[in-house]
Design a protein around this ligand. Structure first.
Ligand SMILES: [Zn+2]
Length: 142
């Protein structure tokens, strides 16, 4: 089976359309759909976590990142590098599922757009994500 290639034609010629060319809302919808397709229908962790990006692909029964980490003997929080690594800011502690979501958004968006880790755009994007998630951190480290 071959994939479909979309093309874009402009005064400079015709070229393949990449994910980075798509509007942000389309990329979000496609990325969420891609993750949902990697999980069984109605996938949810026993704790109630159902956000596809927070669930471990291939887990049976389905388990979220945070419950898995606790089961493996780790704590339920992880250090997040705001704007990627290296970051000009101290790391912040996030619940593991929030960290999974924030990291996924980094990968899908500013990295895909070619912004460097620690760049003003990457840091601003991450701060917006954290604020939008209502992420609350109680500790910072250098
Ligand atoms: Zn869970």
């Amino acid at each position: 089976m071959t994939g479909v290639t979309w093309t874009s034609t402009s005064s400079t010629g015709t070229r393949a359309v990449t994910r980075a060319d798509l509007p942000l809302e389309v990329r979000v919808a496609l990325a969420v759909n891609r993750r949902m397709m990697q999980l069984p229908g109605g996938a949810v962790c026993s704790c109630g976590e159902a956000r596809p990006v927070c669930l471990l692909r291939g887990s049976e029964p389905v388990i979220c990142v945070e419950c898995a980490r606790v089961g493996w003997g780790y704590g339920p929080v992880e250090e997040h590098h705001v704007g990627g690594r290296p970051s000009p800011l101290p790391t912040v502690l996030l619940r593991s599922n929030q960290h999974a979501l924030a990291t996924w958004l980094q990968e899908e968006f500013w990295r895909l757009d070619g912004h460097e880790p620690g760049s003003p755009y990457a840091v601003a994007f991450d701060l917006g994500v954290l604020a939008g998630m209502g992420a609350a951190w109680t500790n910072v480290s250098g």
